[in-house]
Ligand binder design. Structure first.
Ligand code: 2M8
Length: 431
């Protein structure tokens, strides 16, 4: 694929959002450092400037709590125009001195990013030294979830806020919005002053988000106390798939630095069985999420259910059936709509309720590739690149028209296009 112009444009987006130690997800809408954004962004930087990629990751890891959790936001103290600001997240002794963060996490793409960035380093000695230095914090980041976020004997991981899922206003979480929760403190949104209100979560969604922030902060972030009474407690199919892949990639790093597996093969097998048994929904050929509080599956199909392909939790045959079925439901759309148009909650313009996202496409394309479904992976990679080439580096895209929506100059769209161009599907990875 020869796309020099696009590559240069993508690089310009990353450089434009670069603050030296971290990269803003987008110029105004997201001015702080976000957890899974930085993981995707580092994967892009690794093709341009290896040391810059490692700095992105190390800045994020320097915000890790002493219990292992990597927060979803590392706040930049110089920035004040983002809501919620750090004052909403009560301090805790497990937070590192002098680092201001939120009190929840996000999908753990980071260990996989460390593996992929490491693989871009041609000098095996430098690669190994870097992996050795990061190994223990990464191990703790992965182990945090089984240690602090499991409940009732299941090995599946529970998330406690829609922001932890990364797919904030997914219709999967509408049951929580419908509960009508409100925070006790007033708040003022900034997002709707920057991008169109119709592209963002609703006011009722934000009331629910802020209510949950208050609940979590009031608990002092002690999950042994919080989980049994958490109003929002779900097994998110995408988050769990990303965790599984993180654990597998961490074990690859462990192997490369001469250590035993961080997560035992038995634990991985138990997790895989639990995932496939608890979350598979045969009529939709898709994995679904589970409401742990209510003890019921969440009856909503979304692109998050394809996450198992990235995780390596399905074989090639099942992956192909999943994608074929999803594609049929989305006839006439750019792939992959975050929600299929026949789902009740579908909205082609509103954030995680229908638009196409580059990161979701990248996750599924790389998963298909790893399963040996090269043609399917290539088709998805090419349609993703075509979308960005036509509409620019947006946060998300209209699934029918391909128009760019949300924030402009969006970092992970740029970073992951760089990765798809420089490490084409089926290409040989640099050793
Ligand atoms: C969006 O989430 C933030 C809250 O974390 C927001 O809306 O203000 C999500 O798309 C999330 O997945 C992403 O990491 C973040 C920054 O791009 O924005």
């Amino acid at each position: 694929m020869n796309n020099p112009g696009l590559l240069q444009q993508a690089e310009a987006v990353l450089r434009g959002n670069d603050l030296g130690h971290y990269t803003k997800p987008s110029p105004r809408l997201y001015p702080h450092q976000w957890n899974w954004d930085s993981a995707f962004i580092a994967i892009g930087w690794a093709h341009l400037d290896w040391s810059r990629a490692t700095r992105e990751i190390e800045t994020l890891l320097a915000a890790q709590w002493t219990d292992g959790m990597v927060p979803h936001i590392r706040y930049n103290p110089a920035v004040t125009d983002y809501h919620p600001g750090p004052d909403w997240w009560r301090d805790t002794p497990v937070r590192r001195e002098g680092v201001i963060t939120s009190g929840i996490s996000q999908p753990p793409v980071l260990p996989t990013a460390v593996y992929l960035v490491g693989m871009r380093q041609p000098d095996p000695g430098r690669r190994r030294a870097w992996w050795e230095r990061l190994y223990e914090p990464l191990r703790q980041a992965v182990a945090y979830f089984p240690q602090h976020r499991t409940t009732g004997g299941s090995s599946l991981i529970a998330v406690i806020h829609p922001w932890e899922s990364g797919l904030d206003n997914s219709p999967r979480w509408d049951f929580a919005t419908r509960a009508g929760w409100h925070p006790t403190r007033p708040y003022r949104r900034v997002d709707t002053t920057i991008v169109e209100r119709a592209h963002r979560p609703t006011q009722a969604d934000y009331d629910m988000y802020m209510y949950l922030v208050e609940q979590i902060a009031a608990s002092g972030y002690d999950m042994a106390v919080y989980l049994p009474r958490a109003p929002f407690l779900v097994y998110d199919a995408l988050f769990n798939a990303i965790w599984y892949r993180a654990a597998v990639d961490l074990n690859r790093i462990a192997d490369a630095v001469g250590r035993p597996p961080a997560i035992s093969p038995d634990a991985l097998r138990a997790f895989r069985d639990a995932y496939r048994t608890a979350l598979w929904h045969e009529p939709s050929r898709l994995f679904r999420d589970f409401d742990v509080r209510a003890g019921v599956p969440i009856p909503v199909d979304t692109g998050a259910g394809l996450g198992a392909i990235y995780g390596g939790l399905v074989d090639a045959e099942q992956a192909r059936a999943m994608v074929d079925h999803y594609r049929r439901r989305c006839a006439g759309c750019r792939m992959i709509p975050s929600v299929p148009p026949d789902e009740g909650g579908f909205d082609p313009e509103r954030y995680w309720r229908g638009p196409v996202w580059v990161n979701l496409n990248w996750l599924v394309a790389r998963g298909l590739e790893a399963l040996g479904l090269r043609a399917e992976a290539q088709a998805l990679a090419e349609s993703t690149i075509a979308l960005v080439r036509t509409a620019g580096f947006h946060e998300y895209y209209h699934p029918h028209t391909g128009a760019g929506l949300g924030g402009a100059d969006f970092s992970w769209s740029a970073a992951l296009v760089i990765d798809l161009l420089r490490r084409p599907v089926g290409g040989v990875e640099a050793e």
